[in-house]
Design a protein around this ligand. Structure first.
Ligand code: BG6
Ligand code: MG
Length: 219
């Protein structure tokens, strides 16, 4: 791919462990609706927008709700999620991610955030990482959610970088698909089985380094 010009980060599950809060909030809702939900099913929800996630849970449980009821439950999930994120501080950054972001910036490489969450801005503010992100694309700015590549393409566009020189970092299957569909190099964070489409998979952000990334890009 040549020189890396930009790294585009997902937020939930990459920069901080809010993926766990999304899971807990959805699990609570599924329990209320009498729909069984486990962590394996949750892999399908990672990176997926609020409304689409609720649709997947309802389909999984064979339950039909009116648009009004869906609106009610999606809001309820978000209220629950918001109670989890209200106390986030920089201590909630995943180990190693800040060092990696700093390493990238110091090397003169641009950065973007590509998050499907409408809560992304308050979360990055509380984490105090805004200064390490040159641009932010969140759910409010895109028409098509992950696995559609739109959010990653938009991130590259906002940095005026060709997607071919971008690296995307994701913890979600849908996110890795979106990065690949955008024509970028995909780094997956999490279990190898769930992220098999990624070009490089690490279990934790602490295993990321610019040196190793460059080495792999040259292979
Ligand atoms: C993504 C999460 O970042 O944002 C999903 O991985 C979540 O789990 C989605 O459903 C939408 O988030 P929100 O905060 O807008 O409900
Ligand atoms: Mg994520």
């Amino acid at each position: 791919m040549g020189q890396i010009q930009a790294v585009i980060f997902d937020l939930d599950g990459v920069i901080t462990d809010t993926a766990e809060y999304h899971y807990l909030a959805w699990k609570q809702l599924a329990d209320d609706l009498g729909i069984p939900m486990d962590r394996s099913f949750n892999e399908q929800l990672k990176g997926v927008g609020r409304k689409e996630s609720l649709d997947k849970i309802l389909e999984h449980g064979g339950k039909h709700l009116t648009e009004e009821e869906k609106e009610f439950y999606a809001t309820k999930k978000n209220e629950h999620y918001k109670t989890f994120i209200q106390d986030i501080t920089p201590d909630d950054l995943l180990p190693g991610i800040l060092d990696f972001m700093k390493e990238i910036k110091e090397a003169g490489i641009q950065t973007a955030l590509a998050s499907a969450s409408k809560n992304a801005k308050p979360v990055i503010k509380r984490l105090e990482v805004e200064q390490y992100l040159d641009t932010v694309v969140d759910a409010a700015q895109v028409t098509n959610g992950k696995p559609d590549p739109e959010i990653f393409i938009k991130g590259a566009d906002q940095l005026s970088v060709d997607p071919a020189y971008c690296v995307g970092v994701e913890d979600a299957q849908a996110g890795v698909q979106a990065i690949k569909a955008a024509g970028m190099y995909a780094v997956g964070i999490g279990a190898e089985e769930a992220l098999s489409q990624a070009d490089w998979v690490v279990q934790q952000p602490s295993q990321l380094s610019l040196e190793e990334l460059k080495r792999r890009l040259e292979m």
